[in-house]
Design a protein around this ligand. Structure first.
Ligand SMILES: [Zn+2]
Ligand SMILES: [Zn+2]
Length: 225
C-alpha cells in the first residue's frame, strides 16, 4: 500500500502522509479513523496525498465524524486539497460536513503545534515542494524523510530522533529526487537516530530488505517508540 504512518499515543493521534490506498490500509488495520486528529502531508504526490479525499468522504458519509480534522502540509495545501477533492468526487466539496477541516500551511523550519505534537517541516529535494518532518510528541522524537534525494535538512529533521523513517528507494543507485540505501547509511552517523525504519522501497530494495540491519516497513508493521 502507499505511504501512511499512523502515530498514536496517549494524547497524539495523527497520520503522516495519506497515500491513495491509505483508507484501505487503515480499515485493514482496524484503526479508529475518527480518532485521527490530524494528517501531515509531506508533498502532493498521489502515493502520499491521494488518500485524503477518500478519508474525508468516508468521515463525512460513513464514519459520521463530528470532531475537527486538521490537515497540515507545505504551502499550497488548501488549493491541492480542493482540486483533489473535485477530481476524485465532483460536487463533494460543496456538500455539508458535520466536522470542520482546518488547513495548516506550514512554513519551512518553523515549528507548529498540531494534535499535541510539535511539528517542524524541513524543505527536502524531490523536484516539487515537500517536507521532511520532525515531530516531538509525548517526549519522543519521530522523524520522516519524505521522498527526497540526500539533503542536509534530513539531519535537521532526524537528528538523534527516537525513530527515523527514511526513504530507501534504490539500494545503491543515485538518482535525482530519491534517496538510496547506501547514501542514507553513509549519512546515518551525522543523523544518529536511535532506530531506523526504511520505507518507499522499490522492488529490488524490497527483495534485499531482509539482508540489511534496519527494519523495513511493510503494511501493518507496528513499532513501539
Ligand atoms: Zn513523491
Ligand atoms: Zn512517493
Amino acid at each position: 500500500l502507499n505511504t501512511c504512518f499512523h502515530l498514536s499515543g496517549k494524547t497524539t493521534n495523527l497520520l503522516i502522509d495519506c497515500g491513495a490506498t491509505s483508507l484501505v490500509g487503515l480499515k485493514q488495520q482496524q484503526v479508529d479513523v475518527n480518532a485521527v486528529q490530524a494528517i501531515l502531508v509531506s508533498h502532493f504526490h498521489g502515493d502520499h496525498f491521494g488518500g485524503i479525499p477518500f478519508f474525508v468522504l468516508h468521515a463525512q458519509f460513513f464514519a459520521k465524524r463530528t470532531s475537527p480534522l486538521i490537515i497540515a502540509g507545505p504551502p499550497g495545501l488548501k488549493s491541492w486539497f480542493e482540486r483533489a477533492m473535485e477530481i476524485t468526487f465532483p460536487g463533494a466539496l460543496a456538500a455539508k460536513r458535520k466536522f470542520s477541516v482546518e488547513f495548516l500551511e506550514l512554513k519551512p523550519s518553523e515549528a507548529a503545534e498540531i494534535a499535541g505534537a510539535t511539528v517542524t517541516g524541513f524543505a527536502n529535494k524531490h523536484g516539487v515542494i515537500g517536507f521532511a518532518y520532525r515531530i516531538v510528541a509525548e517526549g519522543k522524537v519521530i522523524a520522516y524523510s519524505g521522498d527526497t534525494e540526500w539533503t542536509d535538512s534530513l539531519i535537521d529533521a532526524g537528528h538523534k530522533a527516537d525513530i527515523f523513517i527514511a526513504e530507501a528507494y534504490f539500494h545503491d543507485k543515485q538518482v535525482p529526487f530519491h534517496l538510496d540505501y547506501e547514501t542514507l547509511v553513509a549519512h546515518l552517523p551525522a543523523i544518529d537516530p536511535k532506530q531506523v525504519v526504511l520505507t518507499h522501497m522499490n522492488e529490488n530494495m524490497l527483495a534485499m530488505a531482509d539482508t540489511v540491519p534496519y527494519d523495513a516497513a511493510y503494511d501493518g508493521l507496528v513499532v513501539a517508540v
